[in-house]
Every structure is written in C-alpha cells, then in structure tokens.
Design a protein around this ligand. Structure first.
Ligand SMILES: Nc1nc2c(ncn2[C@@H]2O[C@H](COP(=O)(O)OP(=O)(O)OP(=O)(O)O)[C@@H](O)[C@H]2O)c(=O)[nH]1
Ligand SMILES: [Mg+2]
Length: 539
C-alpha cells in the first residue's frame, strides 16, 4: 500500500519532534524535517465539480516570469479581453488573476492563499473547460510582496509557462527559481516580445535550458503586439489544451508526489547520518572501561591519605558509628575527586563526538551520574567500614579468636576436672592402702596447672585482638572498590540504554524511509518517452 504523502510528512514531523526533544537531532535539523510542504495542485480546487462527465480535476497552468515580460498580456490575449492589468508601470500586476470555465467551482480555495489578492474571470469556451489559467505577479522586482505571492501559489501549479523577453531571458533570480522548483512542475517556455527578439537570444536561452536539465525544451515565440505577423501563440494554446486530459493530470500528480517523496527520503537519509552508526555505538562500552580504569588509578592514589584519616576516625568512633549515634561526615568524594570524575566523563563525551555520535543524549544522562557518584561513594564506603568494624579482622583471625575464647573456658575446666579426679582417687587409695593423702606438691602443681590453662588463652586473646583502624581501612578499601565498580556500571548502563534508544530511533527513521519508496503497483503512470510531457519535465 502506498503511503499518503501528507501522512509521511506528519510521521516525519512527529519523529523529528521527539528525536529533538531527546537530543538525537538538533533544532535546525528538526525544523528542516518539520517544514515539508503538503500543498499540491490537487489541493487547489477540492471538489472542483467539472460537470457530470468529468472524473478528474482541471489542469492548473500559470504564467510566471520577471516583471514586464508580458505575462498579463499573454493571459489577456488568451481571454480575448483585458482581464489582467498589463502596462508600462513596473511591476504592474500585484495580484493573481484566475481565468477559468464557469463550471469549475472555485469557492473552496485553500485558506493558506491570500484570497484578497485574487482577481477572478470566467469564460464559456468548452475547449478550455479543463484548464485553470493563472497570471502571477513578477518575482524579480523590488516588490517583495509579489515574490511572496508567487511562492505561495507555486505548490498548486501543474504546468508553469515560464515567460521571458529579449531583455530578461538571462535573469539570475529566474535561473535559481528554475533550478529549485524544476522537478516539481512541468514546464513550457515562452519567448515573448519576439517582435524585438533575435535568433541568437533564442538559441542562447535554449542552451541555458539544456544546462538546467531540459533536453528538448518546448519554447514558443510570441509577440503580443496588435497587427504583427503570426507567432506561435496558437501552438502554445493548443499544447496546453492537449495536456488537459485525465491521464496527463494523473501522470503529473503521480510524478509530483514521487518528487516530493524522493525529497523527503533524501532529507531523512541525511538525518540518519546525524544519528551515528551502530558500529560506533558498539565501541562505547570498551571506550568507557578504558577511560574509567585510568581514572580509578588516579582516584586510588588521591584517596590514599584521606582513607587513612577516615579509618582512624572510624576506629576512634567505632562504638558511635555502629550504634548510629555519630553523624560525622567522612566522605572521601571531595571537590578534587568530583573534578577527576567530571574530566573522565567530559573526555568520554569528546570520544563520543569524535565517533560521529550525537552527544546531547550522553550529556543529559551524564549530568545525572555526576550528581549520583558522590552518593554512591559515601554509601558504599560507610557501609563497608561499618561491616568491617562489626566483624574486625579476617576469617582466620576471627576463627582463631573464637577458638581461644573457647580454650579460655574449656582448658581450665579440663584442668579442674583432672585435679578433682586426682583428689578423689588420692582420697580413695589413701583409705584403701593407708598411704598418705595427696601432698603439698600436688596442691601447688594443680593450682599452677589451672592458672596456666586459664591465663595462656587469656593473654593470647588480649594480644591477638585485630586493630580497629586496620579493619576500618580494609572496609573503606572494599567500599571504595565497590563504589568504583558501581559507578562504572552506571555509565555502562547509560551507554547500553543509549545504544537501544539509537536502534529504536534508527528503526523508526528507516521505517519512514521505506514507506517513501512504496508506490501503488496498480498505477503505472510513468511518463512515456514519446509523450510531449517528457520534454516538459526536468531531468
Ligand atoms: N513589444 C512588445 N511589447 C509587449 C509584448 N507583450 C507585452 N508587451 C508590453 O510589455 C509591457 C508589460 O506587459 P505586462 O503584460 O504588463 O507584463 P507582465 O509580465 O505582466 O509584468 P508584471 O505584471 O509587472 O509582472 C506592456 O506595456 C505590454 O504592452 C510583446 O510581445 N511585444
Ligand atoms: Mg502582469
């Protein structure tokens, strides 16, 4: 199914709006994408009502050219009466003259047109029923409003009759207009005031048109001076009448539509260049990892002293910290660290730019992570320091101390049990064998044994207690590394998120580009090479 041009323009406008809002394209590009013209010749006379037999709209033909070349004189000649002002004052016409068959309904002209500047005349010539003739003001005089009026009418014209005179056939402004508007219309050329013209000028004009892309331009030589020899005005009139068929109007519509779609497609393809390539986006995670590794080394060096200081503080206030009664802020992330982090992000953004990728989405997301980094660092270091102070030392140390605490209880108990056993056995054997009950030596030795089994673990426990400062430092180091990897991941997830967004933007854009290529297969309205229309179209 072919997509309606105005739908495509609307889709493009909506895409541009959201892409600009999220920073993927700048406002200039968005403005260019939002300015596509939906005005077409078929929109000039909606429901033009060409009578019961006609199924199509009339052909819209307009005289265009510099001031004084004779546009109004040509229209008057065609009408057989002075319907448009023609004269020696420059410029003469300051409004558009519309000349049409009375059966054409023109009451619904587009609102964008300055309706106050229209002069309307009707005729009853059945042969020219399917043609609406328009005389436009000049576009090259000092009268800017005339030029503006011409540009307001141009999109609604099927066939432009470009009129020149011997003085004004090499006009720079006309040349530029021809090149800019060339593909959008069919063109006929009139070398008017031929009564004063020379063959060399005619040939020169033909050459110029070749350069503009007309292989065999159709040029009529006319002279709107009464009583002069016959000119080619009749052929001009006949040519236009022969063009006013349903088939040619459809061909012109189809071609106009294709030209507009091609222009839109070209602009969209250029825009996809601004979004950057997928390969470039895929390089981002690696780039950031390298960048961050260098920054981490630098930050670790810079944090060495503040970490010691913070560890001493935490060790000193361990009890307050654990019971949460201390509000002391010992953030390692100072202005120096923030500056290093900002440098890293800025360098990353420069790399993004050098890869030809849009930087605004990165800048927007990066500003959030700039604020978040100090919080991550604060939370992670404090959490790890607290954990380290709750469980000081390493697993081995903690296991050994646990063991010693057990020994401090169990060993004296074993010693006492052994002494008790000996006392009981000594008492029992002394009764049986009538030997002396345990002596003084036993009392001294057993007391010493009990004392030693208790004192040795007690002293070991005292001496093997891990240092709180070292534990806090270890905790801070762990927190620091956690914070570093969290910050790295945050930036990586931004990069990944933007890769996804880029894919989505690219997909939407290529969707519209593809839709520009789809044409109705049922309509084969390509211009046949032998059609007179071929000579009227710019290559
Ligand atoms: N000699 C000669 N004079 C012509 C011819 N056609 C028009 N003129 C004169 O040229 C002058 C300008 O003609 P217009 O028809 O007003 O020219 P225009 O292109 O409509 O000019 P603007 O309305 O100012 O854009 C008038 O005085 C005409 O009489 C021609 O074929 N030969
Ligand atoms: Mg005029």
């Amino acid at each position: 199914m072919a997509y309606d041009y105005s739908d495509l323009v609307e889709k493009t406008r909506r895409w541009a709006e959201q892409a600009c809002a999220s920073g993927w394209i700048n406002t200039d590009v968005a403005a260019q994408l939002s300015q596509f013209d939906t005005r077409t010749p078929e929109a000039l006379l909606p429901n033009s009502g060409l009578g019961e037999s006609a199924t199509t709209r009339p052909l819209i033909v307009a005289f265009m050219g510099g001031t004084g070349v004779g546009k109004s004189s040509l229209l008057n000649r065609l009408a057989g009466k002075a319907i448009a002002k023609a004269g020696i004052v420059r410029p003469t016409s300051r409004e558009v003259t519309l000349f049409h068959h009375y059966s054409v309904a023109i009451q619904h002209l587009p609102e964008q047109l300055p309706l106050a500047k229209i002069n309307i005349s009707q005729h009853d010539d059945h042969a020219k029923k399917n043609i609406v003739w328009i005389d436009m003001p000049d576009f090259d005089s000092t009268e800017q409003s005339n030029k503006q009026l011409v540009f307001q009418w141009l999109p609604y014209i099927d066939v432009l009759i470009y009129v020149v005179s011997p003085e004004r056939y090499r006009d720079e402004k006309a040349w530029r207009l021809l090149l800019a508007e060339g593909a959008r219309h069919a063109w006929l050329f009139v070398f008017n005031q031929w009564d004063r013209g020379q063959l060399a000028q005619y040939e020169d004009f033909t050459q110029q048109l070749h350069k503009a892309g007309f292989v065999a331009p159709i040029i009529f030589k006319t002279a709107c001076v009464e009583g002069l020899q016959a000119d080619e005005f009749g052929s001009l009139e006949a040519s236009i009448v022969s063009l006013a068929t349903e088939h040619i109007v459809e061909q012109l519509e189809q071609r106009g539509l294709q030209v507009r779609k091609d222009e839109l497609k070209k602009k969209l393809q250029n825009t996809s260049g601004f979004l950057g390539s997928e390969q470039a986006f895929n390089k981002l995670p690696g780039l950031w990892k390298n960048q961050w590794q260098r920054t981490v080394k630098l930050l670790q060096q810079g944090f060495a002293w503040p970490m010691k200081h913070a560890a001493a503080y935490y060790a000193e206030h361990a009890a307050d910290l654990i019971t949460n009664t201390s509000n002391a802020n010992h953030s390692l992330w100072d202005a120096w660290a923030q500056a290093r982090f900002d440098d890293a992000l800025d360098e990353f953004i420069i790399n993004v730019d050098q890869l030809g990728l849009p930087v605004t989405p990165f800048k927007v997301h990066a500003s959030a992570i700039r604020d978040k980094a100090p919080k991550i660092m604060q939370t992670q270091t404090e959490l790890a320091a607290r954990q380290a102070l709750v469980k000081p030392g390493n697993v081995l140390q903690r296991g050994f101390l646990k063991c010693m605490r057990l020994c401090e209880i169990i060993l004296p108990l074993i010693a006492m049990a052994w002494v008790g056993y000996k006392v009981f056995m000594g008492y029992y054997t002394s009764n049986m064998t009538d030997t002396h009950y345990l002596g003084v030596d036993f009392a001294i030795h057993s007391s010493l044994l009990i004392a030693m089994t208790w004192l040795i673990p007690f002293f070991i426990l005292k001496k093997a207690q891990p240092s709180l400062e070292k534990s806090a430092l270890k905790g801070l180091n762990k927190g620091l590394n956690n914070a570093f990897s969290m910050i790295e991941c945050e930036v990586l997830s931004i990069a990944e998120n933007l890769v996804q967004q880029h894919k989505e933007q690219g997909k939407q854009l290529s969707g519209i580009i593809e839709q520009c290529d789809i044409t109705d297969t049922g309509l084969s309205l390509s211009v046949e090479s032998d059609s007179p229309l071929t000579r009227m179209l710019m290559n």
